[in-house]
Design a protein around this ligand. Structure first.
Ligand code: ADP
Ligand code: MG
Length: 237
């Protein structure tokens, strides 16, 4: 589903951090929100998610204005760096949880949990507890839990930040594979330009609450429109 921010504005304690941002994420694309720490990436993601109330503008899911809907009433899947799994539940119950809230029937829950577990390659881990999993396996479970309700949009906030370098590489291609297989619209928040370039269809570069340029990785690299963009892409922090 197409997701659009129209004149999205957000302030904290009277201090405006995002001022009339416009951004469209096309149906089925994976878009990176890329920029240095503190530029407003998570704030933008939280607005799409509905975790934060916005101070101005609109958030559209397709042609539906969801600006005033709480998070539970938006069909979003989220994977955050520190959005932990429920430690007292099995992997199966963790994934099934969003469906039990929706009062889906047992047989249907079982079918959907197994389908998404197969897609994320965790079928053999369903009986375990989160503490018995590696970091990469935990992120696979978090992805499965985010996707099981077939959300309108998948929101990923620095999902690879807690993984070691080898796992990070593996999960980059795994997340992209799953996104392409499901065809879900996705937003990846990252401060890592290589991650954005290698995983996404388009990149939106942010600085100080503003989007400076939106382009495919190739176009962004070939034709940066500002010195900031060129510097950010060229000089890994
Ligand atoms: P990023 O995710 O790009 O690192 P954030 O969206 O977290 O950046 O933050 C953008 C700006 O908003 C920062 O200046 C940050 O200090 C401020 N900010 C974020 N969340 C809050 C909050 N809950 N209260 C006050 N200020 C906040
Ligand atoms: Mg952040």
């Amino acid at each position: 589903m197409q997701i659009a921010l129209k004149d999205f504005t957000k302030s904290f304690d009277g201090h405006t951090v995002i001022d009339r941002m416009n951004l469209t994420i096309e149906d089925g694309e994976m878009l990176a929100l890329l920029g240095p720490s503190g530029c407003g990436k998570s704030t933008t993601l939280f607005a799409i998610c509905g975790i934060h109330r916005i101070n101005g503008g609109q958030i559209l899911f397709g042609d539906r204005d969801v600006s005033h809907l709480p998070s539970q009433k938006r069909n979003v899947g989220v994977v955050f760096q520190n959005y932990a799994l429920y430690p007292h539940m099995s992997v199966y119950d963790n994934i099934a949880f969003p469906l039990t809230i929706k009062r889906t029937g047992k047989t249907e829950i079982d079918r959907q949990v197994r389908e998404i577990a197969e897609m994320t390659h965790i079928e053999e881990l369903l009986a375990r507890r989160p503490a018995q999993l590696s970091g990469g396996q935990q992120q696979r479970v978090a992805l499965a839990r985010a996707l099981v309700r077939k959300p309108d949009v998948l929101l990923l906030d620095e999902p690879l930040a807690n993984l070691d370098a080898k796992l990070r590489l593996e999960m980059r291609s795994e997340i992209r594979r799953i996104q392409l297989e499901t065809g879900i619209t996705a937003v990846l928040v990252t401060h890592d330009q290589v991650e954005a370039m290698s995983m996404c269809d388009r990149i939106a570069i942010m600085s100080r609450g503003e989007i400076l340029q939106v382009a495919t990785p190739t176009d962004m690299y070939r034709a940066p429109e500002t010195r900031f963009v060129a510097g950010f892409l060229g000089n890994p922090p």
